[in-house]
Design a protein around this ligand. Structure first.
Ligand SMILES: Cc1cc2nc3c(=O)[nH]c(=O)nc-3n(C[C@H](O)[C@H](O)[C@H](O)COP(=O)(O)O)c2cc1C
Length: 152
């Protein structure tokens, strides 16, 4: 089975999880890179605003085509109770190209369910599985059991 992990990460938390999933599954890995700058304090505020309005933005060129894969893992941090909008932009850009999907989401502690629901709406299909982890759990490497059942 061919597997792709596509993720967006502003501060490397979701990235750590994405790399662990790719390592364990042997998947290809695509980092979604925004052309909009979300760094620093101003970037944080812009991110919150753009996530709330579900703003579609331009992304750097992608390496992989999701339609080439049986399963795509989509990973994203929560921004203002929603999926960080670079991920929504990625899904939009690849509309109709997803076979099976699984979602993994990191957040300080809230907004997981809304983010899953939003991603499901944009992809147009329900995920086979979801994984929700806090920033702390990822940073402390407290996710090995959840990760095992997520990638099963
Ligand atoms: C603009 C912005 C908005 C955020 N909003 C939320 C939120 O609503 N709820 C929450 O629990 N965490 C929120 N966070 C925290 C991130 O979801 C969390 O730190 C995440 O693990 C960061 O992942 P990353 O390093 O992959 O970007 C927000 C972070 C940013 C930058």
């Amino acid at each position: 089975m061919s597997v792709l992990v596509a993720y967006y990460s502003r501060s490397n938390v979701t990235k750590k999880l994405a790399e662990a999933i790719a390592r364990e599954t042997g998947a290809d890995i695509e980092e979604i890179v925004s052309k909009v700058n979300y760094d620093g304090k101003i970037g944080y505020m812009r991110g919150g605003k753009d996530a709330i309005s579900e703003k579609i933005i331009d992304l750097e060129a992608l390496e992989f085509d999701p339609s080439d894969y049986d399963l795509v893992y989509l990973g994203v941090p929560v921004w203002a109770g929603k999926a960080a909008n670079p991920m929504i932009s990625y899904i939009k850009q690849n509309e109709g190209k997803f076979n099976d999907v699984k979602f993994f989401v990191t957040a300080g502690g809230s907004g997981f369910e809304g983010t899953f629901a939003q991603m499901e709406k944009y992809v147009g299909k329900a995920p086979l599985k979801t994984l929700a982890l806090t920033t702390k759990e990822v940073k402390r490497d407290e996710f090995s059991e959840e990760l095992s059942s997520f990638i099963e």
